[in-house]
Design a protein around this ligand. Structure first.
Ligand code: FAD
Length: 495
């Protein structure tokens, strides 16, 4: 059975490898020359100095470690991730399934086949191929969200006419080209803060930062009790912590989380311009991960500018960089299919799907990997395993009743007030729920009795995706145990 996969990023690569593992014959269509998606150093959306904001133990596939990053080299660069993905492709011998420079223009279901129309960019010619199944892994960060009107009282056209330049973070590659300029960065998510700290490396560059609401900001390493500073995902993600959090009401969760963020980011309390008042602790306040932002702000290396209109309108800014996020596009699917998927382009929760990847049961033969916000590698890989197992008949589709319950829960997430930044912030729990469907989740109740040491490792200690290769279909218990041991030895060595 043949499967078309759209996209050769982290999601498409794992979907390809898992298709082969399930006996499917994949063809991966990628519009750019090369794999990696966002993490392709040439065509991706990351900039030269960026590092992943979660450690290599979370940003990895369950059965393949970073062979070349030494202990202590925790946060991978774009080049590291690109190399890692290349080694993965080689290890699992899947090079032959990729078709680069092949942009999918249309994917439509007719006569029980997925008809794919793609253009081979080198020749400009259009081709058609037929497949039994379609896996969409085209990512969520597609086009810049509109930014006109974000800074009230500023006419961007006038600013450009008077010599000013406006770009979106999508086009930001290196701080070098901003040397000696007066730059206003708009937005305080991960991209905005990271670009600010990148720009101030350049001599004579004046950097202003504009955003509406204060977020928590912390570095990649955070204190862990009395222990040394450790990668933040080691502290954030464990089953024990997740279960405790699930038992709390929203307000209790907000209070606990904000108090925790205050503890790991004490410097923020000393900086008036971005302090978060305690009376807001019962609300949801997003977290931005950025090294050095707070220290540089304290040392006046850049300025938080709440009213940038005067600066812009009096020609005291040369360039504005908007870091206001992306929208997702699925233009290759016809409008009727998009409607049935309840597609919304704003990239938070793009569709209403079972486990964010399986559409309603009458749309069989179609699946998605990584087309939702919060796409940690672990979840992408589990989604790829689940959809390829369902498509190939190795596990059953959910019953109509389960499907309906799940889709209704997804709709509740979409319309929740206040709106969620990530549809499934309970990352460990969400990953476990997919693993349960694949039947690769260890039985914790049983383990408590039979192997309390392993239970302690899996339940109380930081989460690591290799646990999903210990049991069940496509398990690799020896490798999984070795990878889990490697990880926990590293955790232990930092105590
Ligand atoms: C600036 C930035 C920083 C980030 N930092 C982090 C981080 O630190 N940690 C983290 O976990 N995540 C981070 N992310 C999220 C990031 O999206 C994921 O890490 C990961 O790249 C998702 O992989 P993907 O394969 O789902 O999507 P993508 O990487 O977007 O890959 C999708 C691929 O599909 C291709 N494609 C799309 N449409 C078509 C078509 N019609 N035909 C053919 N090919 C098509 C695209 O060219 C692309 O190669 C970051 C994202 C951005 C933008």
């Amino acid at each position: 059975m043949k499967v078309a996969i759209i996209g050769a990023g982290i999601s498409g690569i794992t979907a390809c490898k898992e298709s082969v593992a399930c006996g499917l014959l994949p063809t991966v269509f990628e519009q750019h020359e090369g794999y990696g998606g966002n993490w392709n150093p040439k065509s991706g959306k990351t900039w030269n100095s960026i590092r992943s904001n979660i450690s290599k133990y979370t940003f990895m596939y369950s059965d393949f470690p970073y062979s070349f990053l030494k202990q202590g080299e925790d946060f991978a660069t774009t080049n590291d991730i690109y190399r890692y993905l290349g080694e993965y492709i080689k290890e699992f011998q899947i090079e032959k399934y990729f078709r680069f420079q092949s942009i999918v223009l249309k994917a439509c279901y007719k006569d029980e086949k997925w008809n794919i129309t793609y253009r081979y960019i080198k020749t400009g010619q259009e081709h058609q191929m037929k497949f039994d199944f379609l896996i969409v892994a085209s990512g969520v960060f597609d086009r810049p969200l509109p930014y006109e009107g974000i800074i009230e009282g500023v006419d961007l056209e006038k600013f450009k006419e008077s010599g000013g330049k406006v770009i979106h973070s999508l086009y930001y590659k290196d701080s070098e080209e901003f040397r000696g300029k007066r730059v206003l960065v708009v937005g305080n998510g991960n991209s905005g803060c990271d670009i600010v700290t990148d720009l101030i490396r350049q001599p004579n560059t004046e950097v202003y930062h504009y955003f509406r609401r204060n977020y928590w900001i912390c570095g990649r390493y955070i204190p862990n009790g009395n222990k040394e500073r450790v990668p933040l995902d080691w502290v954030f993600y464990s089953r024990l912590k997740q279960d405790a959090s699930l038992k709390r009401s929203e307000t209790e969760k907000n209070l606990a989380t904000n108090s925790f963020f205050e503890k790991i980011s004490p410097l923020q309390l000393d900086i008036e311009s971005i302090r978060i008042p305690k009376d807001q602790y019962n609300t949801f306040i997003p977290l931005t991960i950025c090294d050095g932002y707070l220290e540089n702000l304290r040392d006046n290396k850049f300025k938080v500018e709440r009213n940038p209109q005067a600066l812009i309108n009096s020609n005291q800014i040369d360039i504005i960089i908007f870091c206001n996020g992306f929208s997702c596009s699925l233009d290759f699917l016809d409008s009727d299919t998009q409607k049935r998927l309840q597609f919304q382009s704003d990239s938070y929760q793009t569709m209403i799907l079972y486990k964010e990847c399986i559409p309603p049961l009458d749309m069989k033969g179609l699946a998605f990997v990584g087309v939702f916000r919060g796409t940690y590698t672990t979840v992408l890989e589990l989604q790829a395993r689940m959809v390829t197992m369902m498509l190939s008949g190795q596990i059953p589709y959910p019953s109509q009743e389960t499907m309906t319950t799940n889709l209704n829960a997804e709709l509740d997430i979409r319309y929740a007030i206040p709106r969620k930044l990530f549809p499934h912030p309970d990352y460990v729990n969400f990953a476990d729920s997919i693993a349960r469907v694949i039947q690769c989740l260890p039985d914790f109740e049983k383990l408590k009795e039979t192997d309390p040491e392993l239970y302690n490792r899996l339940y109380n200690l930081p989460h690591n995706c290799s646990c999903y290769r210990l049991v069940g279909p496509h398990s690799k218990p020896k490798l999984a145990e070795m990878l889990l041991n490697q990880f926990l030895n590293d955790v232990d060595s930092r105590k």
